[in-house]
Design a protein around this ligand. Structure first.
Ligand SMILES: C[S@@+](CC[C@H](N)C(=O)[O-])C[C@H]1O[C@@H](n2cnc3c(N)ncnc32)[C@H](O)[C@@H]1O
Length: 276
């Protein structure tokens, strides 16, 4: 089993070095290219020119902060606050301009009073390696707690496991074996398919639930992003024997990608509105 690179408080297993940051930047660009928006069209906000009451937008688990950077170009007047349990991946906040703040927050912990009911929009993307079936409701409740009355929640996810069997055979293809191996230590993520239910359970009104696989024109970079992520996981495996086995499978997966295998994970976007 891989060793988390940080403390028990922060068991993030995909690493935070420059490969990891570049991988996240590429994912951001791929998602944006496919869907064409940073904020889903059902999120109705006053026009960017209206400054009477400054919009407040939060990005939780912001990582590299790339979503925030792009949003400042669309919403230069808005106050945008990035939060992450770690400050290792985002750049200095002054690079974003005067209306952005970046700070550390553990979204599994009780929400600080100052964040309660403060945001018009709360965004979270890619918690599939962070939240499990057992604790995801804590995250949903905290995100809801950050919303103003009538505020919007946008959650973007990658369902990277549900198309694969629970257990793999040695005769299965490389990506099936790798995914089933990941199941042994990554969080259980049946919740990804239940986001609308989780939102409704805490009183949010679901506005849309979009699921799409990567477009064929983007399959190649999605494959490459996936293989880079798997290589990082492989590097963290402690047992030399397991590591060798995993790296052989990874090489096979890379060969399969050349022959036409592609990532067909569902990309999931769920949008909800807080009661007024
Ligand atoms: C896969 S990355 C996604 C980053 C970013 N949202 C994006 O789409 O590029 C997951 C992020 O969640 C952060 N994270 C992990 N545990 C967290 C926690 N308990 N509270 C807040 N952020 C957390 C990680 O540090 C990491 O930056």
């Amino acid at each position: 089993m891989p060793t988390p690179e940080t403390s028990n408080e922060d068991p993030y297993m995909l690493g935070r070095n420059y490969y990891a940051s570049a991988r996240l930047a590429m994912l951001h660009l791929l998602i944006h290219a496919q869907f064409g928006y940073l904020l889903h069209p059902s999120i109705k906000l006053p026009s960017a020119e209206k400054t009477e009451e400054q919009l407040r937008i939060a990005d939780v688990g912001t990582g590299t902060g790339i979503w925030i950077g792009e949003l400042t170009r669309e919403r230069p007047q808005a106050q945008i606050d990035g939060f992450d349990i770690s400050d290792e991946q985002y750049p200095p906040e002054k690079w974003y301009g005067p209306n952005v703040s970046m700070s550390q927050l553990d979204i599994f912990k009780p929400l600080p009073e100052v964040l309660k009911g403060k945001y018009d929009v709360v965004h979270l993307r890619f918690f599939m390696t962070v939240a499990s079936d057992d604790n995801v409701q804590v995250v949903v409740n905290n995100l809801k707690g950050m919303l103003k009355p009538g505020g919007y929640l946008q959650w973007v996810e990658r369902d990277w496991m549900s198309k694969f069997p629970e257990k793999a055979e040695r005769s299965d293809d490389a990506h099936t074996q790798i995914t089933c191996y990941h199941r042994t230590f990554f969080p259980k993520t049946r919740w990804i398919n239940s986001l609308p239910v989780l939102f409704q359970q805490c009183g949010l009104e679901v506005l849309d639930h979009v699921t799409q696989t990567p477009l064929p024109i983007y399959r190649k970079p999605w494959n490459e992003d996936c293989l880079i992520g798997w290589a990082a996981i492989g590097d963290m495996i402690e047992s030399q024997e397991e590591k060798n086995w995993y790296k052989e499978l990874l090489a096979e997966a890379a060969e399969n990608a050349k022959k036409g295998w592609y990532v067909d994970w569902e990309l999931v976007i769920c949008i909800a509105k807080n009661a007024v």
